[in-house]
Structure formats: C-alpha cells, structure tokens
Design a protein around this ligand. Sequence first.
Ligand code: AGP
Length: 364
Amino acid sequence: ASYDMGGHDTYMHKEISEQPDAVDRVLRGRIDDRFSTVHLGGLNLDPREARTIRRIKILGCGTSYHAGLIGASLIEGMARIPADAEPASEFRYRNPVVDPDTLYIAVSQSGETYDVLAAVQELKRKGARVLGVVNVVGSAIAREADGGVYVHAGPEVCVVSTKCFTNTVVAFALLALHLGRIRDLSVTDGKRIIEGLRKLPAQIEEILKSEDEIKQIAAEYAGAQSMMFIGRVRGYPVALEASLKLKEISYIHAEAYPASELKHGPLALIEPALPTVAIVPDDDLLEKNRAALEEIKARSGRILAVAHQPQAKADHTIVVPKNEDELDPILMGIPLQLFAYHTALAMGRDIDKPRNLAKSVTVE
Ligand code: AGP
C-alpha cells in the first residue's frame, strides 16, 4: 500500500477525507436487497446458532471500545439481543463469568492490541465463541477469532483513529441488521436501514464540505482549558469518542457525560470558561437534550451543538444531515473529528504524532 499523503498536510486530514470511500467499501457486495439483509462472508455463524445467542459482549480499547458501545446499541436495537461493550483491558482482569450463550466480539483497528488479544485468548481457553470486528486483514486478533467482519477502512496511519472508527460502526450496523433479520427485525425495517446505509457516503461528503465553518468555530474554542461533551443514549458514545479525540491531539482536558447525568454532579463545573459540546439529534430525546442546553445556558456556559437543526440555546450549531435514528451517531461523530483537528492545529500540535501515544499498544 502507498502511504502518500495525497496532497493533505497530515494523515489525519487525509483519513478524515477518505471516509465517503471507506464507508462505500465496507458496504460493497454485502447488501442483499431481495431479503432486506446483509451477507457477511467471514462471520462463520449459521442462522440456527445465531438464534441461540442470549447475550452479546463487545470488547475493545480506546476508540474501538467507543465504536463497540455504538455497536452494542445497534445490535440491541435491531436484533433485540441484550448487548454491552466493555474495555477489553478491564474485562481481562476481573475474572468475568464466561457464559456459553454469550457471543463475544473483539473490536480492533490494528488487530494487534495486546489487551484485546489477551482477552480473546482467555475467552477461547474457556470455550467461548469469539468474533472479530477488525480492520487489518490477517492480524493476530482476526486469526485468533472464530470468524468476524472486516472493517475495510484501508490503512490508517495517524495515531488517532477517524475513518476506522466510522467504518467499524458501519460494520456493526451490518452485523446488527444481519442478526436482526435472522431474529425479529421486519423486512420493512431491514429496508429502511439499508436505505439509510446507502445514503451515508453522500451525507459524509456533505459534512466534509462544512470544514471551513468548523475551522472557524474551532478557532473560538482553541484556548479552552477544559471542555465538556454530552449526549444521551446513542449520542453518549459519540460524546465519549469526540472528547477522546480532542484530548489526544489538542491536549485540552475533556470529559464526556451522559446529558442526563449533568444534574447529578458535573453541572457544578459549568461556567463561561468551560464550553460544552452537545450531541442533539432530532429523535425522541430532542426535548430532553434541549432542556440540558437550557441548564447549561442558565449557568452562562458556552455551547457548541451538533444537531439536525440550529439550536437556539447554542452559541454555535454544526448542522448535519439526518439519517435513520439508528445511524445518526455515525454522521454526528464526523464534524467533531474536524473540530478536534482544527482545534489542535490552531494550538500548533503535532497532529499525526501526539505525545505519549502509539498507534497500537502491543504490550501490556
Ligand atoms: C485511537 O484514537 C487511539 N489511538 C486508541 O484509543 C486506539 O483506539 C486503541 O489503542 C485501540 O487500538 P486498536 O483499535 O488498534 O485495537
């Protein structure tokens, strides 16, 4: 593979820009319109087995863990299988109950992260079935797993993950749809999700066009000491990932909280010097999210909203195109990659090589 920057100043910028093509690749050849489902060739899970799964546990680290959190909500929502995600690094050290009716899914860009690999090996030693959602073909985790879904994001060079995060979430949407259609998801809902998936590349392209506007907004937040990121349910992992991205490359301290938890503590921090980034999709929680913005405004907190329509209480809104509710988190994360990028750039940071971090952590 060629690792040429293709006219971009950084790999991160190149990789953010590649997302419409990357998403196109993870979808390619997998959609089955006739049965409103998707085929995942490497899954190695027959429908009868898929129907016996009682629970799904997703394991990953860092950005991959965040993708797994969205994956869990996609699977639970579409396949109605209880699912959750946990940092692989924690799972391994807490002597977890390994249950034969649980399907384990290991998520990793590199496929070489030691904490994830060791969790997979421990699970396999205990007889569990483990799938991989992995980017690097033939990597250690991909080889160790019983089957899985390749993410097909292409090579990712920048230490912070962007296109691979997006593609991993899309891969989870495919897996959720596949499992859903074996279980209780209707043909109509299957079709609705497929149509939504097909819209993603063009919608991402549209978001990328707002880069100049995002750059201007980022310039206003670049001096902040600390930032708060909030979202509810599906929006919360988006907040977690956006805050991690900002921390990693700008070194601004950032915290992510479920918006619903603000009043249980972090509201004490809100004041003009602590800006909040809020994920505000047009879904059944819109009014709840707006109430949180009001709480913040009442304490003179500055607000940057990522939303489907301008938010009156926000100082800035980055408006993103609407997709199906389930798939909205995929799109809402993208402007915040650009936000982290331009904030870090305005602060003169080394974007592709943030201090103290390695692309993949292959040791304990
Ligand atoms: C990504 O922004 C980070 N470099 C980091 O959190 C990363 O996601 C984590 O180390 C896991 O890596 P993996 O996906 O290659 O397993």
